[in-house]
Ligand binder design. Structure first.
Ligand code: PLP
Length: 448
């Protein structure tokens, strides 16, 4: 019998168990995404947004690594009416995969005016952000070619310093935008901007800088109105502001990470504090398990020496899978003593679940954990399923989350799940929460 440290899988599809077994044969690690959790997270965000504001599910970067189409459909099932992707390729893909304009408006915002698929975007009824004069010219040329107005959201740089018109450059933009709108080349749908700091109510300078961004946002709105192109849909709030700043929900909010079940910044608390639940579980099946002597060097660079005689186990995931090398764990006894905790792994043992840490350097396809004891006594074996992160069930379960991996790798949860490569099978629980027609759009081999 192999032990399993991951949550029990809720199979709802007839082929679910066979799909699961096939995925385990194909690859010794799996990312399991619960569509019900995604739907419920979106439902919660929709209720927080209230009656006044619509909700855009931000599904950029393959839905933060969760799978573009499954996550988009779960977001729609939860009440989102908009979807957002940074890259225009993903916006077009959503339409091509079956999400028509009757189901959702889609906004996209990353491109360069010189080589963007504007014709296709306009034909696919996708809303486009403009934040540069070159972008305006290129999009207008495409709208004229296609013979249909482009739906435009004007991006304003209120202090983030990324895309969008600065206040100083905005008169020039308005001088181009207003005539295009009056000519019917552009349909000026929205005005938008992005916040620079996850709102931490306890850090006054962050609150103050967000306040300044909001003031600037209102200024941009006033200038658009004065120019005769009032925005119908204003949007500024990411997950943090959707949760914390009801006064800036305007007509639309754009939560991303909250859909996947995480708070934007651990400084804000834990997902549970916001009624969110992480939707992804990353698990793997152990490779070689063996006994080693005390003082045995583990992995490249001998940055970890076994403190005692012990057993080690191979976790078959490495930086080529998106496991950060910076989540390596060091413990070198002796003169050059360095201690740094590696990323956590939940292992089921004869004595219940235990949390271990990456021991030594993360390699390309694998890393090693020191079991701090005899594998035979712990009843840990090759083939056991271990869990890198999951929904984060409380103390007794010792279940790590992507926030724990983020801490170990000195990054943020967003990067932990977006980095997971697609060679790791994505499997979906609770496809039964989707309407049948939506379920039929998904890869049947991915449903559990
Ligand atoms: C990613 C992104 C969001 C979502 O941010 P979260 O912090 O994940 O909620 C919203 N708007 C824009 C422009 C983004 O790039």
């Amino acid at each position: 019998m192999t032990l399993n440290a991951a949550p029990a899988i809720a199979f709802t599809q007839p082929d679910g168990p066979a799909n699961y077994a096939a995925a385990c044969r194909r690859y010794p690690a799996q990312a399991i995404v619960d569509l019900k959790t995604l739907r419920d997270n979106m439902r919660h965000l929709v209720s927080v947004a209230g009656d006044g504001a619509a909700v855009m599910g931000v599904v950029k970067a393959d839905a933060y690594g969760h799978g573009l189409l499954p996550a988009a459909l779960a977001a729609l099932a939860g009440g989102a009416t908009w979807l957002g992707t940074a890259q225009s390729h993903e916006a077009l893909l959503l339409r091509r995969l079956g999400i028509g304009p009757d189901r959702a408006r889609i906004l996209t915002w990353v491109y360069n005016g010189a080589a963007a698929p504007f014709d296709e975007l306009i034909e696919a009824d996708i809303d486009v952000s403009v934040g540069s004069l070159d972008g305006i010219d290129a999009l207008a040329a495409a709208a004229r070619r296609v013979g249909r107005p482009a739906r435009v959201h004007v991006k304003c740089d209120t202090g983030f310093g990324r895309n969008g018109f600065t206040p100083a450059a905005f008169d020039q933009a308005l001088a181009k935008l207003a005539p295009l709108a009056h000519e019917g080349v552009f349909d000026i749908v929205g005005q938008w901007s992005h916040l620079a700091v996850a709102d931490s109510p306890d850090v006054p300078e962050f609150v103050a800088s967000t306040d300044r961004q909001i003031e600037a946002f209102h200024d941009f709105t006033r200038r658009m109105r004065a120019a005769g192109i009032p925005p119908r849909i204003r949007h500024l709030a990411n997950t943090a502001a959707t949760l914390d700043r009801p006064e800036i929900h305007f007509e639309l909010v754009r939560p991303g990470v909250g859909l996947y079940g995480y708070e934007p910044d651990p400084a804000m608390g834990t997902p549970g504090d916001y009624k969110l639940r992480p939707a992804m579980t990353l698990q793997a099946q152990l490779g070689t398990v063996k006994d080693v002597e005390a003082g045995h060097g583990i992995s490249y660079g001998r940055t970890y020496l076994t403190p005692d005689s012990t057993s080690t186990a191979i976790v078959p995931l490495g930086y080529a899978d998106g496991i950060h090398r910076s989540a390596s764990g060091f413990d070198m006894a002796g003169a050059k003593h360095v201690e740094k905790l590696g990323g956590p792994v939940r292992v089921m043992t004869a004595r219940g679940p235990r949390l271990y840490r990456v021991s030594g350097r993360v390699c390309m396809d694998q890393f090693i954990i020191d079991l701090h004891g005899s594998a035979a006594e712990l009843d840990v074996h090759e083939g056991d399923t271990v869990e890198l992160f999951g929904p984060g069930r409380g103390e007794m379960f010792a279940e790590p989350t992507a926030d724990d991996w983020a801490r170990a790798a000195d990054t943020i949860s967003y990067e932990v799940f977006t980095c997971l490569r697609n060679r790791i099978p994505r499997l979906y629980e609770h496809a039964d929460v989707l309407p049948e027609a939506d379920r039929a759009l998904l890869d049947p081999a991915s449903l559990l």
